[in-house]
Design a protein around this ligand. Structure first.
Ligand SMILES: [Fe+2]
Length: 246
């Protein structure tokens, strides 16, 4: 089975459209969404519509989905993120608002093959930035393989019996085969707001038969997404950071 794994779209339709155009040439069976479909970007309804049309096998909620749909009030958000979330809440149509509110909390096990979580499988709002957080998650869970998002940083952590390993991915495409006896935490990176210093949209594909993970980077019309953010009256730093990838 080949899975298309999408995370942290953040209402960036230009980036999501570019990813869809890229995967049209590839074979995949099921889509998985790791949360944060909305928040920050200027096209929340279009982003939700595009994801819903994919009929993802599993879509879990992210912290921005919760605040933008009114499940949480965003008291932990910084000023810019909260301003964008409240703007998004006003823009979402009732159907998309309900869809976001109905997204389940991770972790969710997909086809008995792997788990998915937004932040971590222990706490959906917590971050895995490095090996200390990854080791903590490995110790407190038993999943052999878990895909996660939230940090907007594409990375693979592997735990073998004697060591933990960080694999930093290389654009434009990174291919990795999961080794037997090693547990993995894999972040596909962010489609709509990458934060690894590379502004290209990031997503993953996973083949559960060959155990191959690929992380792809795709260029998109960044200036257009930026202009939409400014035209919507959203905070300028949200537009600026798209070009920087951080
Ligand atoms: Fe996010």
């Amino acid at each position: 089975m080949r899975y298309l794994i999408l995370s942290d779209i953040h209402a960036n339709c230009e980036a999501l459209s570019a990813v869809f155009a890229h995967v049209r040439r590839k074979r995949w069976d099921k889509a998985i969404v790791l949360g944060d479909v909305v928040g920050y970007g200027a096209n929340p309804n279009q982003a939700v519509d595009m994801v819903r049309e994919l009929s993802p096998l599993v879509a879990i909620r992210g912290n921005h989905d919760k605040v933008c749909s009114g499940i949480e009030d965003g008291e932990m958000f910084n000023r810019v993120a909260l301003q964008a979330a409240l703007w998004t809440r006003r823009k979402l149509n009732p159907s998309n608002l309900r869809w976001l509110q109905s997204l389940p909390e991770g972790p969710v096990v997909v086809d008995g093959a792997f788990a998915v979580a937004h932040g971590t499988p222990i706490d959906e709002d917590a971050y895995i930035f490095g090996e200390i957080e990854a080791l903590n998650v490995f110790r407190q869970t038993a999943f052999p393989l878990c895909f996660f998002g939230h940090s907007h940083f594409p990375v693979v952590f592997g735990l073998s019996p004697d060591a933990i390993q960080t694999v930093l991915t290389q654009p434009p495409s990174f291919h990795f085969r999961l080794e037997p006896g090693v547990r993995y935490l894999v972040n596909p990176g962010s489609i709509g707001q990458p934060r690894d210093g590379n502004p290209l949209a990031s997503f993953a594909m996973f083949d559960s038969d060959t155990r191959a993970v690929a992380i792809y980077r795709v260029s998109y019309k960044i200036e257009r997404a930026q202009q939409k953010i400014l035209d919507a009256g959203l905070p300028r730093p949200l537009a600026d950071r798209l070009a920087l990838g951080r």
